[in-house]
Design a protein around this ligand. Structure first.
Ligand code: NAP
Ligand code: FE
Length: 372
C-alpha cells in the first residue's frame, strides 16, 4: 500500500478567513511585499482584506503588481530585488496561479542576491527563501498547496516548472469568495486545469492511497461544474464556487503527490505559441490520455468514467468543446521541432505503459497538422 504523502503548508479556509485570522501575520515580521497581477487582487477583494490585516498588525507593505499570466522569471527576479530593497521580512502572493508561482520564485530570489534569473532552474540556491503566505483567487492550479512554480523564460518563450520544497508556502488562505469575480472564460480554463491535475494523477502509476482519495473527491465536483459551465446561461452560486475552489485544492494535493502526465508539457506548447490559457491547453490532451488508459490500464480508466458517470464519448465531447483548441494548425516541421523537447521527458514515465516522443508526434499530427 502506498501511503506516501506530505503537506507542510498550513491551510486556513473559509469565506472571510483572512479577516478572521488576521493575527497570524504578526509572527512573520514587520515588513512585507505583496506580489500580484494587474487586477485579480483588486477585483476579488483580496487586497482589501490583506491590507486591513497588515494594518491591524502594524506591518508595513509595498505592492508589486507587475506579474503577468504565465509569469516571466525575469519579472520574478525584479520582484525579488524589490522585496530585498524594501527590506521585506516576508512575501504575500495573491491572485491566480501566475502571481502565486511568481511569489514563490520572488521569495527565493529575494534571499539570494547573487542569483541570476535563469539559475533558479538549477535549484541549488544558498539561502532559504523569505517566508511566503498565499491567497488564491482562481479555482484551478492548486499552487496554494504545491511545491511547484511554473515560470516562463522571456529569452526563449518556454515554460518550465521547478519543483522544490522551498516553494511551499508557510500558510495558504483558502477563501472561495475571491473566486466569485472570475470571468466565465477564466472559470472554465481554471476548472479544466484542476480536472487535468486530478485525472493525470488518478491515472498515474504513482497514484497512492491519499492521492486516490483526493482525486475521487475532486473529479465528480469539477466535472459537474464543467457541465454547468457548458451551458452559456451558466451562473455559479456561492455554494458551487465554494465546492469548485476546494475541489481545485484537492486536485492540487493530487498534483503535488503524483506529478503530471503528458497533457501538461504538451499544453505548455499551446500556451507558448498559440496563446491558449493553461487549463484549456492541458485539457486538449485529456481525451488522448483517457483513451490511452482505456487500452493500457482499462480498469482504472473505467473507474474514472464511473466517477463522472459518463461514457467516454461524452467525456471527449465535453472536454474538447470547452478546451476549444480546434482552430490550431501546425506544420510537420513545427511538430518535429516540438518533439525535440520530449527526449527523456519524465512525464512520459508517469503514464501506464509509458508514452514516447513518436506517440506524441502522432498525436500532434492527428490534432493539429495543417490540412492541405
Ligand atoms: P492566472 O494566469 O493567474 O490568471 C488568469 C487571468 O484571470 C488573469 O487575467 C487574472 O488577472 C484573472 N483573474 C484571476 N483571478 C481573478 C478573479 N478572482 N477575478 C477576476 N479576474 C481574475 O490563471 P491561473 O490559471 O490561476 O494560473 C495559470 C498559471 O499557473 C500558469 O502559469 C500555469 O502554468 C501555472 N500552474 C501552476 C501550478 C502549480 O502547482 N504551481 C499548477 C498548474 C498551473 P490579473 O492577471 O490581472 O491579476
Ligand atoms: Fe496545471
Amino acid at each position: 500500500m502506498n501511503l506516501n504523502f506530505n503537506m507542510p503548508v498550513k491551510l486556513i479556509s473559509g469565506r472571510s478567513c483572512i479577516a478572521e485570522n488576521a493575527g497570524v501575520f504578526s509572527r512573520f515580521g514587520t515588513k512585507c511585499l505583496i506580489v500580484t497581477g494587474k487586477s485579480s487582487a483588486i477585483k476579488s477583494g483580496a487586497i482589501d482584506d490583506i491590507k486591513s490585516a497588515l494594518e491591524q498588525n502594524d506591518i508595513k507593505y509595498e505592492i508589486f503588481d507587475e506579474i503577468c499570466e504565465n509569469p516571466y522569471l525575469q519579472h520574478c527576479h525584479e520582484c525579488g530585488t524589490a522585496a530585498r530593497e524594501f527590506g521585506a521580512d516576508f512575501i504575500i502572493g495573491v491572485g491566480g496561479g501566475s502571481p502565486l508561482d511568481a511569489s514563490k520564485a520572488a521569495a527565493i530570489y529575494a534571499a539570494n542576491p547573487q542569483m541570476q534569473a535563469q539559475e533558479i532552474y538549477d535549484m541549488d540556491w544558498a539561502n532559504p527563501p523569505l517566508d511566503l503566505i498565499l491567497a488564491g483567487t482562481t479555482a484551478g492550479t492548486g499552487s496554494e498547496v504545491t511545491a511547484v512554480s511554473v515560470l516562463t523564460d522571456k529569452t526563449t518563450g518556454r515554460k518550465r516548472a521547478i519543483t522544490h520544497p522551498d516553494c511551499y508556502a508557510k500558510i495558504s488562505f483558502l477563501d472561495p469568495k475571491y473566486t466569485d469575480t472570475m470571468p466565465i472564460s477564466v472559470t472554465i480554463s481554471t476548472a479544466l486545469d484542476a480536472l487535468s491535475h486530478a485525472v493525470e494523477g488518478f491515472l498515474s502509476p504513482s497514484c497512492g492511497e491519499f492521492a486516490d482519495i483526493f482525486a475521487r473527491k475532486s473529479i465528480p465536483i469539477i466535472w459537474n461544474a464543467l457541465l454547468c459551465l457548458e451551458k452559456s446561461e451558466f451562473q455559479l452560486d456561492e455554494n458551487l464556487r465554494d465546492e469548485l475552489y476546494y475541489a481545485s485544492i484537492w486536485a492540487g494535493f493530487v498534483l503535488n503527490s503524483c506529478g503530471t502526465a503528458f497533457p501538461h508539457p504538451f499544453g505548455y506548447i499551446l500556451t507558448e505559441d498559440f496563446a491558449i490559457a493553461h487549463g484549456r491547453a492541458c485539457a486538449a490532451f485529456l481525451p488522448e490520455l483517457v483513451e490511452y488508459n482505456l487500452e493500457k490500464n482499462p480498469e482504472r480508466a473505467v473507474e474514472l468514467l464511473e466517477l463522472i458517470d459518463a461514457p467516454y464519448t461524452n467525456f471527449i465531447s465535453v472536454i474538447s468543446g470547452l478546451a476549444d483548441c480546434g482552430g490550431i494548425s501546425m506544420t510537420e516541421e513545427q511538430i518535429l521541432n516540438y518533439a525535440d523537447r520530449w527526449e527523456n521527458l519524465k512525464n512520459f514515465k508517469n503514464v501506464y505503459g509509458g508514452y514516447s516522443p513518436e506517440q506524441g508526434i502522432a498525436l500532434f499530427k492527428k490534432l493539429f497538422l495543417i490540412k492541405n
